[in-house]
Design a protein around this ligand. Structure first.
Ligand code: TPP
Ligand code: MG
Length: 363
């Protein structure tokens, strides 16, 4: 039986030494007794969503150059995590993303224009979190870990079948919030899955400057949270591992910490110059482990992906990017007074004063 399919009390607290994988970097299947290859229809959907997600990401970066977006943190190279984790969720589950996870949002069904409102600077959050069961994208690092544990714990108390999946970066694991969240998730056996996208850097700070634990997954052990280390550029393995952690959580087995080893191909955001702190050789080595190429190679070799389907998916991605361009190229009228709305249920005296001051200045 797959190791990650065991009941909670038998699940290993320690991650494996090597990241779990189902596909080699060139797309050959890996026989791993601990993981089950997802069904063909899931693999095809992973491929389709990753191609569309990557095209969205490229389009969003282009919109920063045209001044249509204030900032965009690209997840290029991290599509296996962005798409694999979201497809592993059930409809009733909640996603707690960060600023980097716009591709996860659109994969979850949040309209592109609503996803990009925050990065455009138009509004704090452009979508209804309840409609999609996607919390607002967190910019303060790791605060979403606590939100996710809170929601998961509340769902459990209410007897609801809901799992919370929280996405964080490697850097966010150095924040106290992550540790408080892991501890309470374990104490309460909350139905929550922590997915750490270890993309090698926290802006310019490499992993070697902020962590000496054997892996980030090892950080679950001290809290009693079973931990999994997975190849984050392997969409099949990523999906399988998250799906299993969601199932365990839904069955009352408690939290799981997953560390996915991946790489941020682009700079931190369009405002960052990554050539100042990393070599081109390092980036090239990771491009060689590209998650989209990997699943394409596997599906092609299996005869599941032919030129016709590849062309259909590419056309869908182009049409999607064109629709994103069209809505984002429209000028938006932003009312500065709206800045003060929805900050508190009842605006504080200070907020009212600030709003009045702004109104006065604008007049
Ligand atoms: C609490 C807090 N401290 C500092 C920052 C500034 N900051 C923004 S992104 C970032 C790096 C985060 O790195 P990581 O968690 O690895 O995520 P990645 O950007 O690589 O996806 C920092 C330090 C912040 N947003 N929030
Ligand atoms: Mg990082």
């Amino acid at each position: 039986m797959a190791r990650t399919s065991l009941p909670a009390r038998e699940r290993s607290l320690l991650p494996t030494d090597a990241p779990l994988s189902l596909l080699t970097k060139t797309g050959e299947p890996v026989v791993d007794p601990e993981l089950v290859m997802p069904d063909d229809d899931v693999l095809l959907e992973l491929h389709r969503r990753m191609v569309v997600g990557r095209r969205f990401d490229t389009q969003a970066t282009a919109l920063t150059r045209q001044g249509r977006l204030a900032v965009y943190p690209s997840s290029r190279g991290q599509e296996a995590c962005e798409v694999g984790s979201v497809l592993a969720l059930r409809e009733q589950d909640w996603l707690f993303p960060t600023y980097r996870d716009s591709v996860a949002l659109v994969t979850r069904g949040v309209p592109a224009v609503e996803t990009l409102t925050l990065l455009q600077g138009g509004w704090h959050n452009g979508y209804d979190p309840h409609e999609h069961r996607v919390a607002p994208q967190c910019t303060p690092l790791a605060t979403n870990t606590l939100h996710a544990v809170g929601l998961a714990h509340a769902a459990k108390l209410k007897g609801e079948d809901t799992v919370a999946l929280v996405l964080v970066g490697d850097g966010a694991t150095s924040e106290g919030d992550t540790h408080e969240a892991l501890n309470f998730a374990a104490v309460w056996q909350a139905p929550v899955v922590f997915l750490v996208q270890n993309n090698g850097y926290a802006i310019s700070v490499p992993m070697s400057k902020q962590n000496v634990a054997p892996s980030l997954a090892h950080k679950g052990v001290g809290y009693g949270v079973p931990s999994v280390l997975v190849d984050g550029n392997d969409p099949a393995a990523l999906y399988a591992v998250v799906r299993d952690a969601v199932r365990v959580a839904a069955e009352g087995g408690g939290p799981t910490l997953i560390e996915a080893i991946t790489y941020r191909v682009e700079a931190h955001t369009n405002a960052d110059d990554a050539t100042r702190y990393r070599d081109a050789d390092e980036v090239a080595a990771w491009l060689d482990r590209d998650p989209v190429d990997r699943i394409e190679a596997y599906l092609t070799a299996r005869g599941l992906l032919d030129d016709a389907r590849r062309a259909t998916v590419a056309a869908e991605a182009e049409a999607y990017a064109a629709s994103v361009r069209e809505v984002m190229n429209a000028d938006v009228e932003v009312d500065p007074a709206e800045l003060f709305e929805h900050v508190y249920a009842e605006p504080t005296r200070q907020l009212r004063e600030q709003a009045a001051l702004l109104a006065e200045e604008l007049a």
